[in-house]
Design a protein around this ligand. Sequence first.
Ligand code: AGP
Length: 607
Amino acid sequence: MCGIFGCVLREGKAAPLLHEALKRLEYRGYDSVGEATVYNNKIYVKKDAGKIEEVHAIENLDDLPGSVGIGHTRWATHGGPSKVNAHPHLDCTGKIAIVHNGIIENFMELKDELIDEGHVFVSKTDSEVIAHLIEKEVKSGLPFVEAVRNALKRLEGSYAIAVLYAEQPDMIICARKESPLVLGIKEDACFCASDIPAFLHLTRKSVVLENGEIAILRSDGYELRRISDGAEVHREPEWIDWTPEMAEKQGYPHYMLKEIHEQPQAMRNAVRLQEQYLDLMATFLDRAQEVFLVAAGTSYHACLAASYMFSKLAMRTVHPVIASEFIEEYGKALNIDTTILFVSQSGETADTLEALEYARNRASTLLGLTNVIGSTLTRVARAYICQQSGPEIGVAATKTFTSQLLVLAQLALRLAKKRGKVSQSEIDYLEEEIRKMPSYAEEVIARVEDKVRELAQKYYKKNLFLFLGRGISSATALEGRLKLMEISYKPSLAFPAGESKHGPISVVEEGVPVIFICPRDETRKEIKGNIMEMKARGATIILIIEEGDEELKSLADDYIEVVKGVPEILSPAIYVIPLQLFAYYVAVLNGLDPDKPRNLAKSVTVK
Ligand code: AGP
């Protein structure tokens, strides 16, 4: 997730507005920043790696001429934070500048095609291909707007872009597919931005660009067209009455709720991984004599779920281990034949990095899965995958967890293919189901949120909760427990349901809410028994079940139905969503701030 901004002013300097707007978009990404303006048919660019004010102190971002410009604040997904990888990106002539938020899935083949035609690339980003594609279309003789439209039709993936052209210095072209883009309208200026906060201090008149639309912005107005056929689109501006703080959360009261709702888009990004990265990681995992998955907190729960995926799909045993215990438990056993996948959304968790450093000194193969390119984990790992979730502001991990699960599922499936452990039909089925996960998540969020809010209203005063699951759902139970505990401070227990009779069931008495995660999978018969044993002790039974599961509904005091047909190995990424929402609403009903829970930090960089 990055932040883009563009402005066309009738008069005055664009650069200071660009700078201010990018500061208001900084929560969308902050590893690099850049601006470009057009003046006297020439494009001027300033950009570098670093936070906005760091780069401004060196480059003076306000010192760019002209009333028309574009800007970008970056969250790296392809190519680490650096000056050449920072946006804006230029074409070969230097007359076209673009900024981009999103992921171009087919950028490698487009880049090869363009290089064969003589284009020279300077960055490692996917975004740079857009500038050269537009250049190619302009050179074919098309008018600028048509050249941009044709170029966009070649792109697969997601984009929100803004484009400057030195030969048409009075306009900006912007367009979107999936990534957000809104226009701000004034009588003597037009703006485009990834998010409303960028221009809310300048105007409250806003037009949302819909998927597949392109806009031409001039200082006296805007035109909308369809990318597909160029047909004109008419849409009047709306009045935005949000406060600036609400705007930064896109109208949500907290970042955590915004990020829960962002999960479908984050999942779309997580299923847009470059093939070669998945293949490389699968090769390392296949060759290893022993594989560990090492992480902390929520990331550890993703590893626990992944251990079921790897064993069920690839018949590969992997050991999920809590980072702070890894050295003590396995340190002396590590050797050159050990491969360890470290999972950390921040890439900076001290416990995880300590384990990483220890394993490095034992000559083990170090792999990484993270959300932050340029983090320590990406610099030390021999190979890594970026999950491409965009910044997660809420301390409680939500979208980064479900994205980690999707990446790990793709890795397990890729390893299964490599080892010949699954049939082609099963591969095709699971690949299709992975692609459906964003829509599954969208459907669940839309259908369960009100019911979950009612449940929170009913139970938010309770002072003990149990979360139980079997099989891969035991990982979901642990994650649901952590979410509730860390933001509502409610004492909660979570363990594999089969463990109940080995001790924990003694805490259950009349009215204690016990939440079971029960997808329709192989553990069904046993989980029914576990539900009955809790009912017998007076527990209040809350079930997270598949839609239409009448048999389990009859055992529940309350239940939440999630979408039918989610494969067992993918179920945690969907069944966790009601638990995330439950934790959020219980915290809010208890008058707490879910974004800033006491005693916790977003990234635990101390041991
Ligand atoms: C989860 O909601 C917490 N924020 C915490 O457990 C977190 O998952 C843990 O600190 C690991 O963080 P990482 O993924 O950045 O390494």
